[in-house]
Write a protein that binds this ligand. Structure first.
Ligand code: CMP
Length: 494
């Protein structure tokens, strides 16, 4: 009996004994399958050894050749059973035990090992059928290998490039990458032939490994997921660049995903006759939501320029950059937008300005105060205590936004803590000043209650899961419920 068969037999006996010793009580289906395979392997091994001897002992030629053919058939079967056995052991014990220890085995290695087992099985089957040794087959297949090599040239290039990529790790599963400055996507799988990406539009992109190895790759996750993005815009040349920089940098901070550190920055990129071009740069943690964040920043910039009257679509943006802002702000924020001039002047007259430094706390959750504030320039962070999860940032507010309406309208303690994120200018309207205005202009109560209902709902959804129906009901009924309460509290006409 040849040495490999003896070794295989010894392994089989040991494996069968081990499985048999563990087959008490409930047996795992994989173990049961493995035991059956081990028994099949033992049976085919014995048949494979015994049949040629029987053939040798047979007196009749017919018996001899039948026993020989059967032996070749059993030999091929042995290799197939052995390969299936090896596949299951690898899947169930080797790769799983690595995974349980937190070691992520590259998919490419798994694929290559599978391919090796498969090739050995094929060689084994051929060697058993044609009664050749495997080494003899390998030597005889030299010409075949050359032909195959040419035929599989690109496949082999992909395989070796895949091995190089797995050793070098220019990217890993989960990373966002850009290929040759054109294709952007998140790596979802790396196998022996290709790297599979998912584009931001949700499509699947398959790039052969040989192309990946030759391409210029920008990895947005390396060295850290933190990276810089920018938007370009043009402003009226009458707006001084210093004013533009103050507004744009602060406006960018309002987008929740924009990092405070490193802070947003603005540079002038060109002059034209009536316009100046700017680039607004900001930092993000992760690439996944880049389009959403760029939209949020652009939205916040547009709103800030509109409220401050600095957009090129506004009247006299040059004047807006230099005049005092209280009256202008009252005229432009949504809350008071379509009120007549005398009412705006009245509101502007009772507002008090407050200048804040980064980190200044404007109000604390639970406090019993009741002023309302409007942000002229800057960014303010809203955070709430989430019980065992501690404080959590729920929103950021910027130019034109107001806050503090909940305590004013309900008399309840402050629902959140508000902190300035950068140098910020806000205007305060205290309860005594706003109450008479609320009574004379019930439209203000209506607008305040709508915003309050929306914010309340956002906070409630952070604290507990609402069904789609509950959410829809709340969206429909809360604004009116709140308006009703406010009307009763302030004795406003219906
Ligand atoms: P008030 O409860 O008086 O004081 C804290 C303020 O934070 C609150 O009024 C709102 O104006 C504001 N606020 C609370 N939750 C949010 C939110 N989710 N989004 C924006 N602002 C909020």
């Amino acid at each position: 009996m040849s040495t490999p068969i003896l070794i295989a037999l010894a392994v089989l006996v040991a494996a069968t004994a081990w499985f048999a010793s563990r087959l008490r009580g409930d047996v795992h289906p994989t173990q049961r399958r493995l035991l059956k395979l081990a028994l099949a392997l033992a049976a085919t091994t014995i048949a494979w050894i015994v049949l040629p001897r029987l053939a040798g002992m047979a007196d009749f030629e017919v018996l001899k050749s039948s026993a020989g053919a059967l032996s070749r058939f059993i030999g091929s079967l042995w290799w197939i059973v052995f390969a299936v056995f090896a596949f299951i052991v690898l899947e169930r014990f080797v790769w799983t035990s690595f995974a349980n220890r937190g070691v992520q085995v590259p998919k490419l290695l798994i694929d290559v090992v599978r391919a090796i087992v498969f090739v050995f099985m094929l060689l084994g089957v051929i060697s058993a059928l044609f009664e050749e040794t495997i080494t003899g087959l390998l030597a005889a297949s030299g010409v075949f290998a050359v032909v195959m090599g040419f035929a599989l040239q690109s496949t082999l290039a992909d395989l070796f490039s895949g091995i190089a990529i797995n050793l070098q790790h220019p990217y890993r599963v989960g990373d966002w990458i850009e290929i040759d400055g054109a294709t952007v996507g998140q790596v979802v799988e790396m196998n022996w032939r290709a790297t599979q990406l998912r584009s931001p539009q949700g499509n699947s992109i398959v790039m052969p490994n040989s192309k990946m190895a030759a391409a210029q790759i920008v990895n947005f996750n390396l060295p850290t997921p933190r990276h810089r993005s920018a938007i370009e815009l043009k402003l009226d040349a009458r707006v001084p660049p210093g004013v533009a920089r103050d507004v744009l940098e602060r406006a960018a901070l309002k987008a929740t995903a924009v990092l405070r550190d490193p802070p947003p920055s603005v540079r002038v990129t060109g002059f034209e006759y009536t316009q100046v071009s700017y680039e607004l740069c900001f930092w993000l943690d992760g690439y996944a939501d880049i389009d959403v964040v760029r939209h949020d920043v652009s939205n916040s910039v547009w709103y800030a320029l509109d409220v401050l009257g600095l957009g090129s679509w506004c009247d006299e943006p040059g004047d807006a950059a230099t005049t005092s802002r209280a009256g202008r702000l009252v005229g432009y924020v949504d809350l008071f937008r379509d009120f007549d001039d005398s009412l705006r002047q009245r509101i502007a007259g009772v507002m008090k300005v407050r200048l804040l430094r980064p980190g200044d706390v404007i109000m604390r959750e639970g406090e019993l105060t009741s002023s309302v504030y409007i942000v002229e320039l800057g960014a303010v962070e809203v955070s709430m205590n989430m019980g065992e999860h501690g404080p959590r940032v729920v929103a950021r507010l910027g130019t034109g936004d107001f806050f503090g309406e909940m305590s004013l309208l309900t008399g309840e303690p402050r629902s959140a803590t508000l902190t300035a994120m950068c140098e910020t200018k806000i205007w305060e309207l205290d309860r005594e000043s706003i109450e008479p205005i609320l009574r004379s202009e019930p439209a203000i109560a209506d607008r305040l209650s709508r915003v309050m209902a929306k914010r309340r709902l956002a906070n409630t959804m952070l604290l507990k899961n609402l069904t789609a129906q509950e959410r829809q009901d709340a969206e429909q009924s809360w604004p009116d419920d709140m308006l009703g309460k406010i009307r009763r509290l302030f004795s406003l006409p219906h």
